[in-house]
Write a protein of this length. Structure first.
Length: 395
C-alpha cells in the first residue's frame, strides 16, 4: 500500500501539486459554515442563512461547466487567478453589506455571486493528473489520494472557521476566505506540475464540447444520484444526534463520516485492482448502499458513531472510480469542462438530497433520510449497469 502512494508522491512536482491544491481548495470546506454564521448574525434568521448557503452551492453548480470551458479555451492561469481575485472582492462586499445591515436579498445575491466565481481548482487538478501520470494504475492511486484530500478539506475547513470565529467574528472568517482563495490559487499556479503542463488551448470552434461524449453523459446520472445519497446523509446525521439528545454530537457524526471515507480511500488506493473499472464502480455503489443501511436502525450516539464511520467507507472509493471513468470519457480539449460537469451533477444531487432528506424526517422519522440515501444509491447502481455499453473500458 505504501509503495503505491510513494509512486504517486515521488513523481516530479506531484507532492507540491497536491499540497498547493489543498490550500487553494480550503475555502470550499470553509465557505458554507462561514457564510451561514455571517448571514445568521446579520439577519437573525437561520432561514435566510440557509438560503444564502443554498444560493452559493447552486451558483457553483450552475457556473462550474462554464468556468471549465473557459479554462480549456484560455488556459488555467488566465481563468483561475482572475476569478479568485473576483471572488475575494465579493467576499469583502458581503462582509461590508452584512455590517451595513443590508437586506436578505442583497446578502443572498452576494453569496450566490461568491459561489459563481469559485475557481474550479478541483476539476483542474483531476484533469492535470492525466498529464502527470502515464501509468494507469498509478493514476488510479492518484485519484484515490485526490479523494482523500477532498475529505481532509471537509473535515478541516469547518474546524478552521470555528476557531477563527471563536477568536474574532464571522466577519473575519468570511473575509479570510478571500485571502486564502487568492494565496492558494497563486501557490497552485506556481507549482511545477501546473507551470510545465503540456495542455493545449484553442479557440471555441476548435474544441469539442465535453457533453458530446456519450460516456460522460452516461456517468452524470449515477453521479447526481450519489450526490442525492450523500446529501440525505448530511441531513440525517444531525437529525440522529438531536433524536439521541446530543446536539454537539452532530459535528462528531459528520466528522466520523468523513473519516470513514478517508479510511476507505486509503484502502482503495493502496490495492492492486484487477477487476474492470466499470464493474468495480457498480459494485462500489452497491457497497455504498450496504454501508449506509445500518444507519436506518441507529437511534443512539454509540450506534451512530459506529454506523457513521461504516457509512463513509465507500465514498472515496466511488469518487476515485468516477474520476478514472471521467478521465477515459473526456474529449480532447475539454478535459477540465468534463470534470466540472461531474462536479455540477454532484452538487445538484447534494442539494436535492438535503431537501428530500429534510422533508421526509417529519413523516418517516429519524431513519427516513437514510432510506432515501439507500434508494438513491440503488438507483445509481441500476443506472450504471443499464448504461454500461456507453462507458468506455480501458485498453
Amino acid at each position: 500500500m505504501v509503495s503505491k502512494y510513494h509512486a504517486v508522491l515521488s513523481a516530479p512536482g506531484a507532492a507540491r501539486l497536491f499540497a498547493s491544491a489543498l490550500v487553494a481548495r480550503l475555502p470550499q470546506g470553509m465557505s458554507s459554515l462561514a457564510i451561514l454564521l455571517l448571514v445568521r448574525a446579520a439577519t437573525h434568521s437561520y432561514a435566510a442563512a440557509g438560503v444564502a448557503v443554498g444560493g452559493f452551492a447552486l451558483a457553483t453548480a450552475a457556473c462550474a461547466p462554464l468556468l471549465g470551458r473557459l479554462v480549456d479555451r484560455f488556459g488555467r492561469a488566465r481563468v483561475l487567478l482572475p476569478f479568485a481575485c473576483g471572488q475575494a472582492c465579493v467576499y469583502v462586499l458581503l462582509v461590508v453589506a452584512a455590517r451595513a445591515g443590508a437586506g436578505v436579498v442583497v446578502l443572498v445575491a452576494l453569496s450566490s455571486l461568491c459561489g459563481a466565481l469559485l475557481p474550479p481548482i478541483a476539476p483542474v487538478v483531476r484533469a492535470l493528473l492525466r498529464e502527470v501520470f502515464d501509468d494507469q494504475e498509478v493514476l488510479d492511486t492518484a485519484y484515490a489520494l485526490e479523494s482523500i484530500l477532498q475529505e481532509t478539506i471537509w473535515i478541516s475547513g469547518p474546524l478552521i472557521v470555528a476557531l477563527v470565529i471563536a477568536v474574532t467574528s464571522p466577519d473575519a472568517a468570511v473575509a479570510m476566505l478571500g485571502g486564502v482563495c487568492v494565496v492558494g490559487t497563486l501557490l497552485f499556479l506556481r507549482s511545477p506540475a501546473v507551470r510545465s503542463s503540456s495542455a493545449a488551448y484553442g479557440s471555441e470552434h476548435e474544441r469539442v464540447p465535453a457533453l458530446s461524449s456519450p460516456e460522460l453523459r452516461a456517468l452524470l446520472g449515477p453521479v447526481a444520484l450519489m450526490g442525492t445519497a450523500l446529501g440525505a446523509i448530511e441531513v440525517g446525521l444531525p437529525s440522529l444526534a438531536l433524536h439521541a439528545g446530543s446536539r454537539p454530537a452532530s459535528g462528531l457524526l459528520l466528522a466520523l463520516w468523513s473519516l470513514g471515507s478517508m479510511i476507505g480511500g486509503i484502502w482503495y488506493g493502496g490495492r492492486a485492482w484487477h477487476s474492470p473499472l466499470r464493474t468495480r464502480y457498480q459494485l462500489l455503489l452497491v457497497m455504498l448502499l450496504v454501508c449506509t443501511a445500518p444507519l436506518i436502525a441507529a437511534r443512539t450516539i454509540p450506534a451512530g458513531i459506529v454506523c457513521s464511520v461504516l457509512a463513509g467507507l465507500a465514498i472515496a472509493p466511488v469518487f476515485s472510480c468516477q474520476y478514472a471513468l471521467v478521465g477515459r470519457a473526456v474529449t480532447p480539449g475539454s478535459e477540465t469542462e468534463a470534470f466540472t460537469w461531474v462536479s455540477a451533477a454532484l452538487i445538484g444531487g447534494l442539494a436535492a438530497g438535503s431537501a428530500i432528506g429534510g422533508a421526509v424526517i417529519g413523516r418517516g422519522g429519524v431513519g427516513a433520510p437514510f432510506v432515501v440515501s439507500c434508494l438513491a444509491s440503488l438507483l445509481a447502481a441500476v443506472i450504471a449497469v443499464g448504461t454500461r455499453s456507453r462507458v468506455r473500458q480501458p485498453a
